[in-house]
Write a protein that binds this ligand. Structure first.
Ligand code: BZD
Length: 801
């Protein structure tokens, strides 16, 4: 948009006066931020209205991305970027004598997700708007996001994340679009005048779902899409009916807090209520919107695509069936045809323990009509498939089985498309996790490799690098990130390589300043910044990284005078509050950090920093500063990974197993520009099939490994007698479920190679450049374009090659 500085300054001062009735000089950064957010929202309001109007006028097919999590990150800078007003606003703010960075930091970072899945949903929202696609988000407006993590005596402590305390500048509450979601009660069949039977639900517990909409601004293209998050409230006219305190609390609880676990199914009734709540409210509002422009529901699937982001929104399937049949008299077959043509499903994990299943009595009690529909889906599935495929495989894959509602199977059966998020992951879905369903519906399965929003992860997070890239290849890559490939022409340009070194140094300094001020630890910027940032989980193997730190520590202790390449090991990771083992790992890494960081023999050769409260905002600070990107999951376990892509585009070299999208990153950047190691997925499956992995044998055969692992139980690291033992036992007594010891030697070898290679600045920088140049293909713009073409069949405007 066009904006002059003088105009902005005038508007901003007026905004502050109107909102707070004080002079600018008397405002807090929070007030300055809120006023700026409101002003920008106002600047963009016409685009938002016009986008909706034009979708409606042109009867454009809409995509609705249903996700129980969205992790958008702070919106101020990305909205300014996408509107093209960054420079004007920054200048205006500076000339008013305000501190822009402080204003940026005053914005709460909405933690409405756990990790990769929620962040992916947010990247996709940004990309859909930016390529000009009619893509809407649908989720939950949690009053408390993911907990704030602090460390006390090295232990993780969780504090509530009251992110809405000062209001939310970007959202609009739309009370007039609210709808009722019904739980519990009874269903009975009422005879109609024509003799047919119609279900009636009574004695239900009704909850009002109120939408809060946030505009998702496209990049330089006047498009603004909508992210709709639902909040649970008492129904209207509630005062006419008595609600006990516990009924009120039950309603309040539905959207109170995000479940803080990203890898275990919760299995609790509140979680199921959350899932039905936003699925039902979302589908109701979609049907209502559709019917405001169409007379019949027959063409619904030509105008609406609903995407199921992992299994949490699977109940959109029976919910759409319910609305079509019970409210619009659609016969089953037509309703089923419309529903399956509308729905598509992405799986994000092969971990068995994350697959959602609900005990039938709980499900049936909470959602009696939905359960009837699932039963009928189940009955028809069995009737249609048993004659063709036999009873065994159909038993194993039916939506109902073992006394449970199996959400992933329901999602596959009720969708026309099922995708994994990286080629290896999709292959494993087909061969292993969903192999039976793949046999029955091979045509539904496809791969859509994840992507990231380059705008946030490069243009917002790494402004120095963005400027440098622009100075070399212009700005066209902002619209078509694959053009970053043009950078490879500068591989021999020493001046450019040196400029890249300077940019990295600047970013490392920014992080070092943060670490100094927040943690009181001094780190040197000429050290290797070796970064592992992701949820804490055994399969992601922070333990392997930890063993390497112990090894490096012992090595320096053994010969304190020997020359070493200095290193800073940087961790960011939250553990699910109930995940005991993950919390022990945090404690041990923190204790190790204390030992290492305060040992005079070590000095500044080796530092360990576990930065508390990792989230999107800290990611923006850490990622541009990284030299090494640790992507060290047990092969086959990480569906894709996305921090691997973010780190790559910021010039970090991957230290990676052949897992998830690491494989594709390595192929894109060239093997010689990354450090790969360890078992392959087929090695891991080989061990499973033969059942012959013995971690103890590896331990016995490697004296160096023994020394390192023994440090967990020798009191060398103070204060971890319980936690150290727990990890030690997991590796030896419980046979090392994630093959840490199997990969140890190869991992160490690559770490040693890294220490060598880092000394040759020019060669290192060339590798870093190769990563940046090849990273464009991992832009989410291309990912959503592929979803649009292959799955959703929706148009988009931007030409992407
Ligand atoms: O999804 C992650 C995978 O682990 C990553 O490999 C992948 O890159 C991303 C995006 O596709 N999965 C999750 O993040 N899963 C969850 O966050 C989650 C949340 C609630 C319940 C279960 C899983």
């Amino acid at each position: 948009m066009e904006l002059k500085e003088a105009e902005f300054v005038r508007d901003y001062i007026n905004e502050i006066r109107a909102a707070y009735a004080v002079e600018l000089k008397d405002t807090s950064p929070m007030e300055q931020y809120m006023a700026l957010g409101h002003l920008i929202k106002r600047y963009n309001s016409e685009n938002w209205t016009d986008t909706s109007k034009s979708y409606r006028k042109n009867d454009v097919k809409q995509v609705y991305y249903f996700s129980i999590e969205f992790l958008p990150g702070r919106l101020l800078q990305s909205n300014m970027l996408n509107l093209g007003i960054t420079d004007v606003v920054k200048k205006g703010i500076r000339n008013l004598g305000l501190d822009f960075d402080k204003i940026v930091r005053a914005e709460p970072d909405p933690g409405l997700g756990n990790g990769g899945l929620g962040r992916l949903a947010a990247c996709y929202m940004d990309s859909m708007a930016s390529i000009g696609m009619a893509g809407n988000g649908n989720g939950i407006r949690y009053r408390y996001g993911l907990f704030k993590q602090v460390f006390m005596d090295g232990y993780q402590v969780e504090l509530p994340d009251d992110w809405l305390r000062n209001g939310n500048a970007w959202e609009v509450r739309r009370e007039n679009r609210a709808c009722l979601v019904k739980f519990g009660g009874h269903v009975w069949m009422q005879e109609q005048p024509d003799g047919s039977l119609k279900p009636v639900y009574d004695h239900t517990d009704d909850v009002l779902a109120v939408p809060y909409d946030t505009g998702i601004i496209g990049y330089h293209n006047v498009v603004t899409n909508t992210l709709r998050l639902w909040s649970a409230e008492l129904p209207p006219n509630a005062e006419e009916k008595y609600y006990s305190q516990s009924q009120r609390d039950n309603i309040d609880d539905i959207t109170k807090v995000l479940y803080p676990d990203d890898s275990n199914e919760e299995g609790r009734s509140l979680r199921l209520r959350q899932e039905y709540f936003f699925s039902s409210a979302g589908v109701q509002s979609i049907v209502r919107h559709y019917l405001s422009g169409h007379i019949s529901l027959k063409r619904f699937a030509q105008k609406v695509a609903i995407h199921i982001n992992d299994t949490h929104p699977t109940l959109v399937i029976p919910e759409l069936m319910r609305i079509l049949m019970d409210e619009h008299d659609c016969p089953w077959d037509l309703a089923w045809q419309i529903t399956t043509s509308t729905m598509s499903y992405t799986n994000h994990t092969i971990m068995q323990e994350a697959l959602e299943k609900w005990p039938i009595p709980m499900f049936q009690g909470l959602l009696p009509r939905i359960y009837q529909i699932v039963e009928e889906i189940n009955r028809r599935y069995r009737a249609a498939k048993i004659p063709v495929f036999g009873e065994d495989i159909v038993d194993r894959t039916a939506p109902l089985g073992d006394g449970q509602v199996r959400m992933a199977y329901l999602a596959v059966i009720g969708s026309h498309s099922v995708n994994g998020v990286a080629p290896l992951h999709t292959e494993l879905l087909e061969k292993d996790v969903l192999a039976d369903l793949y046999r029955i519906y091979p045509e539904k399965f496809n791969n859509k490799t994840n992507g990231i929003a380059e705008r946030r992860w490069l243009e917002v997070a790494n402004q120095p690098l963005t400027k440098l890239i622009d100075s070399k290849i212009g700005k066209e890559w902002h619209f078509n990130p694959k053009l970053l490939q043009e950078l490879s022409a500068f591989e021999g340009d020493t001046k450019f390589l040196n400029q890249l070194v300077d940019v990295k140094k600047e970013n490392k300094q920014r992080l070092a300043d943060y670490v100094q001020s927040e943690m009181g630890i001094t780190i040197r910027t000429d050290a290797i910044f070796d970064v592992q940032i992701k949820r804490l989980h055994a399969y992601k193997r922070q333990v392997l990284h930890m063993l390497e730190i112990i090894r490096e520590y012992l090595e320096i202790k053994h010969d304190p005078k020997a020359e070493v390449t200095p290193r800073v090991h940087i961790f960011g990771a939250k553990a699910a509050p109930s995940y005991h083992y993950a919390k022990s790992v945090i404690k041990v890494i923190n204790a190790l950090a204390d030992l290492v960081n305060n040992d005079p023999d070590i000095g500044d050769k080796l530092k360990v920093v576990f930065i508390p409260n990792y989230g999107v905002s800290l990611g923006e600070l850490i990622i541009p500063a990284a030299d090494i990107s640790e992507q060290i999951s047990t092969a086959s376990k990480e569906a894709s990974g996305t921090s691997n892509m973010k780190l790559m585009t910021n010039g970090a070299l991957s230290l990676a197993t052949l897992d998830g999208a690491n494989i594709d990153i390595i192929r894109a950047a060239g093997k010689q520009n990354e450090y790969t190691f360890g078992l392959t997925a087929s090695d891991v499956y080989g061990y499973y099939h033969r059942n012959d992995y013995r971690s103890k044998a590896i331990y016995d055969s490697n004296p160096e490994l023994q020394k390192v692992v023994n440090c967990l139980i020798t009191n060398m690291i103070p204060g971890i007698s319980t936690e150290g033992r727990e990890i030690y036992d997991s590796l030896l007594q419980y046979n090392d479920e994630y093959f840490v010891l199997a990969d140890y030697a190869d991992y160490v070898k690559q770490q040693k190679q890294i220490s060598q290679d880092f000394k040759d600045v020019e060669t290192w920088q060339k590798k870093s450049l190769a990563n940046i140049a090849a990273s464009g293909t991992f832009s989410a713009d291309y990912s959503v374009a592929r979803y649009a073409e292959d799955i959703w069949q929706v148009p988009y405007k931007r030409i992407l090659k």
